[in-house]
Design a protein around this ligand. Structure first.
Ligand SMILES: [Zn+2]
Ligand SMILES: [Zn+2]
Length: 128
């Protein structure tokens, strides 16, 4: 019988993996809370932060908004809608890091494409 901690962790991970929206911690909490009314907001936030540190899930920093979480671990890129904040997966694209890293030890990098999601694009074309 797994302990409560393990079960909560599994529930958070399952909810995240089922959501394809790259949710914020608040969105994951709302989802998990439906099936597990006993789980607290701070527990969900803590589990997500821990799993991201352990490399079990991805945390996306998209600038200007809350961190988004992603349960998809195969290599892929992201595109971010600048109007509504929607995030979608794109196939992985090769990025060549610069030879000059300004003395930094380069450990990781990520490319985020930006633009308009299909809904915002339709809305913009309507107005335009
Ligand atoms: Zn949009
Ligand atoms: Zn993703």
């Amino acid at each position: 019988m797994p302990d409560r901690n393990t079960m909560q962790k599994a529930a958070v991970h399952k909810a995240l993996c089922e959501m394809k929206t790259h949710p914020t911690a608040a969105m994951v909490y709302d989802q998990v809370h439906q099936d597990h009314p006993g789980i607290s907001r701070s527990t969900v936030y803590r589990i997500l932060a821990r799993m991201a540190e352990e490399g079990k899930i991805l945390r996306l920093e998209l600038g200007g908004s809350d961190s988004r979480y992603d349960g998809t671990m195969r290599p892929h890129s992201h595109i971010h809608c600048r109007i509504c904040g929607a995030v979608a997966d794109l196939p992985a694209t090769a990025v060549t890091p610069p030879e000059d890293t300004a003395g930094f030890l380069l450990e990781d990098w990520a490319v985020v494409y930006r633009g308009l999601c299909p809904a915002c694009r339709r809305a913009a074309e309507h107005i335009g």
